[in-house]
Design a protein around this ligand. Structure first.
Ligand code: SF4
Ligand code: SF4
Length: 171
């Protein structure tokens, strides 16, 4: 489906299937594992009443607008060394972008920090930014999605003041 004119490049061009997914045939890979991850992400849920018009500030719209440009090409998943080596443990950059787009929605009321820390394995990402560099939609994957989501997990699980507060409440 690539429509980039070949004459835009000089020298030899190598075309090969993505390596992060099982090969079906020729250039075709089986990317169905992505749909399982998509289904596992806690969906948008709001405590707002649904019988009136929701209003959002422009700043909130802008914050996650780029995330919705994702065309699910999965190049970011393919280039991520963690996805290649620890498939079952880390959901990968495309899906952190998805989780971030939900978390940054001002009307969303779900806390995804437990999911991100455990099932999503966000701690495996070591911020090499390879995914960000390869995204054809120029989504700032690492800086705008992964780092804020990591910060969310750290705030929820490792903030010493929150930890002390929870410990005292349990007494
Ligand atoms: S920044 Fe994280 S998600 Fe992106 S390629 Fe590197 S390890 Fe993978
Ligand atoms: S590389 Fe960009 S457009 Fe492609 S799946 Fe990843 S985030 Fe989406």
């Amino acid at each position: 489906m690539c429509k980039t004119p070949v004459d835009k490049f000089e020298g030899e061009i190598t075309v090969e299937p993505m390596r992060a997914f099982p090969l079906v045939r020729d250039l075709v890979t089986d990317v169905s594992q992505n749909w399982e991850v998509a289904r596992a992400i806690p969906p948008f849920t709001t405590n707002e009443k649904t019988d009136h018009v929701w209003s959002m500030r422009q700043a909130d719209v802008d914050r996650s607008r780029d995330f919705r440009k994702c065309i699910e090409c999965f190049l970011c998943q393919d280039v991520c060394h963690v996805v290649r080596e620890h498939k079952a443990d880390y959901i990968g950059p495309r899906w952190v972008v998805k989780a971030a787009s939900l978390d940054m929605h001002p009307l969303d009321s779900v806390n995804r920090s437990d999911y991100l820390k455990s099932d999503a394995g966000i701690g495996y990402c070591n911020i090499t930014k390879c995914c960000q560099e390869i995204c054809p939609e120029h989504i700032i994957i690492t800086d705008d999605a992964i780092i804020p989501e990591k910060e969310r997990v750290v705030d929820a699980h490792y903030d010493p003041i929150l930890w002390l507060y929870r410990k005292l409440r349990r007494r």
